[in-house]
Design a protein. Structure first.
Length: 244
């Protein structure tokens, strides 16, 4: 009885020491090549997600703040030359000015080509419509920048973390087989490594999924504004009045 009472605190101390191994430090010092590959992959995914989240958030708010002003000022400018100069002064990331600049340039080219094969093959409405389609398609593609990374990260990061988890459990089983026992000090480190990999994978995936959904929704709103602006531009350059 005395021996059992004396061994109980010793076992408790051993288990406590073993549990202290279930940390991030153990992951860094005891992982093998595959463990490091999984960890570095998750870090790269996380960094890329943070970069694209910041860039897309800045772009979304910037377009919201400047887009309405650009559209209204274009239609309020009496001279097409002044309107084009104003469009050219807009920053490169501003999409509405680039769409309007495309169609403005197309109208000038069509007017210059009166009597040529170009003017005969495409009337003014068709030429404007083609320029608008090209401009909207280009700017719509730019809105998608980073969304593929976020979607890929959100869908694959949990499985990458799961790979690290399975590999950590495999190490725990190997230690059990080598030592012949399943005590806490044998399995605590590998199991802790496995749990950390799962946590990292989820921590990388969840923000990416949330950000993808937010930006996808914001882009749909912007695409609707592209279509509305393109309709107004078509009416303006073809009929001479802004559509309602």
């Amino acid at each position: 009885m005395l021996q059992e009472a004396a061994s109980a605190p010793v076992a408790g101390q051993g288990n406590a020491a073993a549990l202290q191994q279930m940390g991030f430090e153990h992951l860094l010092h005891n992982s093998d090549a595959l463990g490091y590959i999984v960890f570095v992959t998750l870090v790269i995914m996380s960094i890329g997600s943070v970069v694209f989240i910041i860039l897309n958030a800045w772009r979304t708010f910037s377009i919201r703040g400047r887009g309405n002003k650009v559209r209204e000022q274009f239609f309020e400018t009496k001279s097409l030359t002044d309107a084009k100069r104003h469009l050219e002064e807009q920053p490169g990331w501003e999409p509405f000015s680039k769409i309007a600049l495309d169609v403005t340039t197309a109208v000038e080219q069509h007017s210059t080509a009166q009597g040529s094969r170009l003017a005969e093959s495409l009337n003014r409405s068709e030429y404007v419509d083609r320029a608008l389609r090209q401009g909207v398609a280009r700017e719509s593609g730019r809105l998608e920048t980073g969304l593929t990374w976020l979607a890929t990260t959100g869908s694959t990061a949990p499985f990458v973390g799961l790979l690290g988890t399975v590999w950590g459990i495999y190490h725990a089983l190997l230690k059990i087989g080598a030592s012949g026992n399943a005590s806490m000090d044998v399995v605590a480190g590998p199991v802790g490594e496995a749990l950390i990999m799962t946590t990292i994978g989820l921590g990388v995936a969840i923000p990416a999924v949330l950000a993808y959904n937010v930006f996808n929704r914001a882009n749909r709103v912007t695409l609707g504004e592209f279509d509305e602006f393109a309709h107004d531009l078509h009416d303006y350059f073809v009929s001479g009045s802004r559509g309602q």
